[in-house]
Ligand binder design. Structure first.
Ligand SMILES: Nc1ncnc2c1ncn2[C@@H]1O[C@H](COP(=O)(O)OP(=O)(O)OP(=O)(O)O)[C@@H](O)[C@H]1O
Ligand SMILES: [Mg+2]
Length: 373
């Protein structure tokens, strides 16, 4: 095989050979061939879709006209062009200058003997891989709702009695002892606030799906973030304007994205921190829903990206479990609430670390008009 690719002219001929073209066209992964100057020589149809440009348009154009020069994929291709050895990397973000982004597994290898071209094969990260992780989160919140109901009854109610009694005592005490009473009140308030947070898990109403414009939800969350916990960084929105409404509960979706955007803002660095909220429509993701045998399609995809240090390895496998936190003052309830609400919607949520930070991805069902499909 390498002999066939021995000169730039041969390589170009080869991809134009009818049989080879048939095979390349049928490949599910994006195939991008560039010459040593990193200009496009050939892109197969899956690659055209990922780059949102046609092969005819791309041929002869520099790679960096279409893919940002600082992207990891360009760095890998440059490295292979220079060093001549193959490299693979997994779960890395790949975006075009137009802003479309995917997570991909990428294999880059030199082509030709001696090498005259570089071939990059881009596979969107398998939906199955993302789903495995997401489905595992579905039960995470169930135990919290039971625990919260018990705590509300057994802890919160007695605490208000304790607080009231302490305040009654305060009147007869000197200043030194009053400090202790205030300590009791502050600590009971803190525990009550924690139980209140847990009570969000016991929401008795089932989700009654209404058509919700998810962009309005996200804009609302962005405004809240920019005026509060996200004041110090830039929050960028990249929305697919043609996205249909989600079938969901607006207020609970606000809770979901507030938690995700808050975590992203807390993870992003204080200097040059960036949080990106991206929406797009994804075909073909279907999962079983509750006890029904029907498979629910989850085309509405919302991603929250940050450029922080990534989820710590030791937390990754239990991230959506309650009380798992890497923060000194975290309760570790944010993501389990997210998992519960998304599960109540029949959706899935998962995350991936990438070289520049983390992405949390939520997939939800679209609203279908009564009588429609
Ligand atoms: N975008 C992110 N980047 C890196 N780590 C994250 C990110 N989001 C969550 N984590 C990790 O997951 C942990 C759990 O998050 P979760 O929202 O459940 O709780 P928390 O943020 O610690 O506390 P709380 O939400 O109650 O304030 C975090 O403490 C953090 O270590
Ligand atoms: Mg949180």
């Amino acid at each position: 095989m390498p002999k066939l690719w021995s000169s730039p002219a041969r390589v170009a001929d080869q991809v134009d050979d009818p049989i080879d073209r048939l095979v390349l066209n049928a490949m599910p992964g994006g195939i991008v061939l560039v010459d040593r100057a990193l200009a496009f020589t050939y892109v197969n149809p899956a690659g055209e879709a990922m780059l949102a440009s046609s092969d005819a348009y791309l041929r002869g154009r520099p790679l960096v006209d279409v893919v940002p020069a600082d992207s990891h994929v360009v760095a890998l291709i440059g490295q292979v062009a220079e060093q001549g050895a193959s490299i693979s990397d997994y779960g890395i973000p790949f975006s075009t200058r137009r802003g479309d982004s995917h997570l991909v597994d990428v294999h880059v290898s030199p082509v030709g003997d001696p090498p005259s071209h570089v071939l990059a094969v881009l596979h969107p990260c398998s939906v199955a891989r993302q789903l495995d992780q997401q489905l595992a989160n579905r039960s995470a919140a169930r135990s919290v709702s039971q625990l919260a109901a018990m705590l509300a009854h057994e802890v919160k109610n007695p605490l208000s009695g304790i607080r009231g009694a302490a305040q009654l005592l305060e009147a007869g005490l000197d200043e030194e002892d009053r400090v202790l009473v205030r300590l009791i009140c502050d600590e009971t308030d803190r525990v009550v606030a924690l139980v209140d947070r847990m009570e969000q898990f016991t929401e008795p109403r089932p989700v009654t799906p209404e058509p919700v414009n998810v962009h309005r939800v996200l804009e609302h969350v962005r405004r809240l973030a920019e005026n509060g916990f996200g004041r110090h960084l830039s929050i960028v929105e990249r929305y697919d304007p043609s996205l249909p409404p989600v079938a969901g509960d607006r207020d609970r979706l606000v809770q979901v994205f507030l938690n995700l955007v808050k975590n992203a803002c807390e993870a992003a660095p204080a200097n040059a921190g960036e949080v990106r909220i991206v929406t797009h429509y994804r075909h073909g993701l279907r999962i079983g829903h509750k006890n029904s045998r029907e498979r629910l399609e989850l085309p509405i995809t919302i991603e929250v990206w940050d450029n922080g240090p990534g989820v710590p390895d030791d937390l990754a496998s239990q991230l959506f479990d309650p009380f798992v936190t890497g923060k000194a003052k975290g309760t570790g309830l944010g993501l389990s609430l997210v998992a519960k609400i998304i599960n109540d919607h029949g959706g899935v949520v998962g995350f991936q670390n990438h070289p520049q930070g983390t992405v949390f991805r939520v997939s939800l069902p679209a609203h279908v008009e009564a009588g429609g499909r």
